[in-house]
Design a protein. Structure first.
Length: 229
């Protein structure tokens, strides 16, 4: 069987595969940045003294963390347009599009995980620092922006990057929406040229190399942060 393998197909389609990989990296970075921003706001809401706000944020986080990502993608892509059509009374459901669905879904989903990471980071800061900030006349938002959040980001940076690596792997699910990410590009080539083994093997190797190298960098960063502490 191995004698029938022809990895020259990888070289012939490499520009197309690189385009798909660029889309995967782009979606990962945008979803990570959006997720961290939204997740930080959720973390602050969960730690808020306002019970309704804290309960609402906790409900959102628990809901997202309890549902498979694939199901969230399908719900947003197929079900949300129908709900909007029903609420607005339109004749046809709006066309959200696969790309837009992918970006919004990943930001909303990853925000729940980044929220818990940032919540742990905020809680790791000594309360005495917040008290000292209040004594200096800083309000809650100033204390968070100038004192708490910078330290929380530094403390949790390795965990945030680890979650981003997981996000990079999860982005492959968008291929089910016929989006040409790295996996989607490989699937299309494999189906067109009947080279399933070669393409899937190449994708697996690329994912392994990228994720393994990033994991090493995260480990080194974690050790450096531990020294700084």
């Amino acid at each position: 069987m191995t004698g029938d393998l022809d990895f020259e197909i990888v070289g012939h389609t490499l520009p197309y595969l690189i385009t798909g990989l660029q889309y995967t990296v782009q979606l990962t970075l945008i979803a990570a940045l959006g997720g961290i921003l939204f997740g930080t706001l959720l973390a602050m809401a969960r730690l808020s003294s306002m019970k309704p706000l804290a309960m609402l944020a906790a409900g959102y986080v628990n809901l997202m963390r309890s549902i498979p990502l694939l199901l969230v993608i399908f719900w947003f892509y197929f079900l949300l347009p129908v709900i909007i059509q029903s609420v607005m009374g339109w004749e046809r459901p709006p066309q959200i599009g696969a790309d837009r669905s992918a970006y919004i879904t990943f930001i909303m989903f990853e925000a729940a995980y980044f929220c818990e990471i940032m919540r742990a980071g905020i809680q790791s800061i000594a309360k005495g620092q917040v008290g000292a900030a209040n004594a200096l006349g800083l309000n809650y938002w100033q204390s968070m922006r100038l004192i708490v959040l910078p330290q929380a980001f530094r403390n949790m940076l390795p965990v945030l990057l680890t979650q981003t690596i997981i996000l990079f792997q999860d982005v492959s699910l968008v291929s089910l929406l016929n989006v040409t990410d790295f996996v989607g590009a490989a699937v299309k080539v494999a189906q067109r040229d009947s080279r399933v083994v070669e393409m899937y093997a190449f994708v697996a190797v690329v994912y392994f190399v990228i994720c393994y190298c990033l994991s090493i960098l995260v480990k080194q960063l974690q050790q450096r942060i531990a020294i700084i502490r």
